[in-house]
Design a protein around this ligand. Structure first.
Ligand SMILES: Nc1ncnc2c1ncn2[C@@H]1O[C@H](COP(=O)(O)OP(=O)(O)OP(=O)(O)O)[C@@H](O)[C@H]1O
Length: 301
C-alpha cells in the first residue's frame, strides 16, 4: 500500500497528526510506503509514481483536494483507474466525499477501514475546460463541481489564510452580498438555456463546502451526473433559503431545478471561477461528462 500524506491539510494541523497515524498503521498491521506532499499538485505526481512502481492500493491522508489530486495522478498519467483501489483517511475542512460514500470521518476508524473495508465502485466526473491560454484541459473529479456563486465563494475562501468555520461562513455571507450573477449558456443533455444563474453544481456525490447538501438527488454509482441550478431569485430569497442546503430540501424550492444528465456544458461570456472538489480555477467554457463505475474506493463494511 502507498500512502500520500498531505501535512498542509486542515490548515496545517495534519502535520502534527503524523505520529498518531503512524501508530494506528502499526496497531492495525498495515504495511505501507509513505510520502509527504511538499506543494500543491505534488499528490498527483506521487500517486502516478506509486502506480508506476507497482502499487495498486493507493491511500491518502487529507481533504477532498488531496483525494482529487491522487485520483487525477492516475487518470492523467493515462493508467487504468480500475486497476487501483483507493483508500482515504479524511482530514481537513472538506470531508464531503466521505459523507456520501461511507468512508469513516474519524481517523482511527478510517485507518481500520483500510484494513477491513469493502470496495465501493463509484462513477467519476470528467471536466474539460478552456484554460487561461485558450488550450483545452481535462481533469477528473470524485465529488462535486461548482459554478457561478459556488465557484466564486470557493475561489474567495481558498484565498483565506486562516480557514475555520467562522471565517468560512463570514466569506459565504460577504460573497452573497458581492456576487453579481452573470448570463451564461447552459446545456444539460438536450436542454439549452441562456439566462442569469445564481449558482450551479454538477456532481457524482451530494455534499460540498463542508457538509452542504447541494445535490440531494446524486447517486454515486448510477452512471449519471446530478445537476442543481439555482436561478437568480434575489439575494433576500437566497439568504432566507440557505437552510435548505443543510436539511436536504434544496430542490423543493420553486427557484431551484434538479436534473440528472450525461453531459453538461456551460459557456460564460467571460472567464469565471469554477471549482472541482474544492480546487478553483478560471475558465470561459467547461463541459462535464461521467465515466460510470470506475473508481474503486475502500468504505466501511
Ligand atoms: N506541502 C504542502 N504545502 C502547501 N499546500 C499543500 C501541500 N501539500 C498539498 N498541498 C495543497 O493543500 C491543499 C488542501 O488540501 P486538502 O483539500 O486535501 O485539505 P483541506 O484542509 O480540506 O483543504 P482546504 O481547507 O484548503 O480546503 C491542496 O490544494 C493541495 O494541493
Amino acid at each position: 500500500m502507498f500512502l500520500v500524506y498531505n501535512p498542509a491539510a486542515g490548515g496545517g494541523k495534519a502535520r502534527k497528526l503524523w505520529m498518531k497515524v503512524k501508530d494506528l498503521l502499526e496497531r492495525y498491521e498495515i504495511d505501507c510506503e509513505v510520502a509527504f506532499t511538499e506543494k500543491p499538485g505534488h499528490a498527483m505526481e506521487l500517486s502516478r509514481k506509486a502506480f508506476e512502481s507497482g502499487h495498486r492500493k493507493i491511500v491518502a491522508f487529507g481533504g477532498d483536494g488531496t483525494m482529487n489530486e491522487v485520483v487525477n495522478g492516475i487518470f492523467l498519467g493515462g493508467f487504468n483507474l480500475e486497476e487501483v483501489t483507493f483508500g482515504w483517511i479524511p482530514f481537513g475542512s472538506g470531508k464531503d466525499w466521505a459523507r456520501t460514500i461511507g468512508v469513516p470521518l474519524m481517523i482511527e476508524e478510517a485507518v481500520k477501514t483500510l484494513k477491513d473495508g469493502r470496495v465501493f465502485v463509484q462513477d467519476l466526473g470528467v471536466a474539460e475546460y478552456e484554460s487561461s491560454n485558450g488550450e483545452m484541459k481535462k481533469r477528473v473529479f470524485v465529488n462535486v463541481a461548482g459554478l457561478f456563486f459556488d465557484g466564486f465563494v470557493t475561489h474567495r475562501t481558498n484565498l483565506l489564510r486562516k480557514k475555520n468555520r467562522v471565517s468560512y461562513f463570514s466569506r459565504i455571507f460577504s460573497s452573497i452580498i458581492k456576487y453579481k450573477p452573470p448570463v451564461a449558456r447552459i446545456q444539460v443533455d438536450e436542454r439549452v438555456w441562456e439566462k442569469k444563474i445564481f449558482s450551479m453544481n454538477v456532481g457524482i456525490c451530494k455534499y460540498n463546502g463542508g457538509g452542504m447538501n447541494q445535490l440531494p438527488h446524486a447517486v454515486p454509482d448510477d452512471g449519471l451526473l446530478a445537476v442543481t441550478v439555482i436561478n437568480d431569485i434575489g439575494k433576500i430569497r437566497i439568504l432566507a433559503n440557505l437552510y435548505r442546503v443543510f436539511n436536504g430540501t434544496l430542490l423543493e424550492h420553486p427557484g431551484v431545478e434538479g436534473y440528472q444528465a450525461k453531459k453538461v456544458t456551460v459557456e460564460f461570456q467571460k472567464k469565471e471561477p469554477v471549482e472541482l472538489d474544492g480546487e478553483s480555477f478560471w475558465t470561459r467554457k467547461i463541459s462535464f461528462s461521467v465515466v460510470p463505475r470506475v473508481l474503486r474506493v475502500l468504505v466501511k463494511k
